[in-house]
Design a protein around this ligand. Sequence first.
Ligand SMILES: [Zn+2]
Length: 439
Amino acid sequence: MDTLIANVTLVTMNEKMETLFGAYLGITDGKIAYIGKTAPEDQPETIIDGTGMVAIPGLVNCHTHLPTAVLRNFLDDSSKAEALEQLLLRQSKIDERAGRAAIGLAIAECLRFGITSVSDLYYSPDVTAQVVADAGMKANIALAATRFVDDSEDFDFDTDPGCKMLADAVEKWHNYDHGRIKIDAGIHAEFTSNHQLWDALSAYAAEQGLGLQMHLAESAEEVADCEERTGLTQAELLNCHGVFRVPVTAASCAHLTETEQKLLGKAKASAVALPIAAAKQGYASTPITDCVKNGMNVALGTDSAVASGNLDLFEVMRFVALQARQAGGDSSVMPAVAPLMMATVCGARAQGRGDECGMLKEGMDADIVLVDFSAPHLMPCHNVVSGLVFSAKGGDVAMTMVRGKILYQNGQFPTLDLNAIVSDIMAYAIPKVMEKETV
Ligand SMILES: [Zn+2]
């Protein structure tokens, strides 16, 4: 046995939703090899004292755009239209070096807050994969394909720049390190692409066995515009082009009709609720209970650091429960275990990693987070799951581990040079991204 976490409270999120107190969790070759109330017979090489700690499965952030961390707090108080215009301009200036630094910073933030796996939708899958590979975390990385021309122009998958970049990323990175990195196909959104792209990408994803990430039904305007243009809702339209034949992770889904939810539920698609990013930007929230009732898997996401302010999924768990209770008018609406489940089990399922992580269970990858419950705001603890959702914050994470390897502990990031990353952000990325337009 390589590592033993001893005398810890285990919130397993397993099928029985067991919480074990004063428990032991052993790790061998990156996998959970032992869970029990007594110490295992095998002598571990390393013992981590779990006294006062709560161990949970690593959190899965199912929707973000890591490189835009460089724009955090830029135009937070501007209108949607103004912010979007500036965001697109600044994003276009994020070159490889700036992107690498911003991704490193965002990954450090994820690990600091107990996130062991992310689904990222952006334009530079190769750079993102390189940083994720070195950092040791897990990621499903998608290229946010767009196509702004109408279908009178010829389209060829092999020469389309986005499709070519996706195919190159698949060849180089898909299933890297025994599946630690997966490449997903990606569609930025219905209104930023056309059917030529949907046909080609869904066929390619099906052939390669990839998932597909996208934004869906985020604003009332895009939904109304699609219906007016085509006579179909967004999900119906995309379904005509085979998009949901592969496992789709759809961010937002705030404005899906019941018919669309059922269609996506049948297709085993996942909705990603982004409650904080949506609230911060003035968008509607995902109708989580309806989506679940209609068969959809619902996971949680922060969206980008610029959209939400930070990548703290603990805040998202708390906020989503608060919102549901306020809307439902009762404190029994959305029990605390629900957001924790969305952030672990359902997130892993959305990424196609349901057999590999999302629970603390023998045979699963040792993707484990220790939360320090000795702080005043976490005592006393009458219910540990409630404590995790309603009282804990990302900053209470004491250790984050992926496949048995510690990636964050006590302020240290063993796989990241945070000082070098921050220097590069300040000296290179910010001047580059914020440079004035020269006409
Ligand atoms: Zn997004």
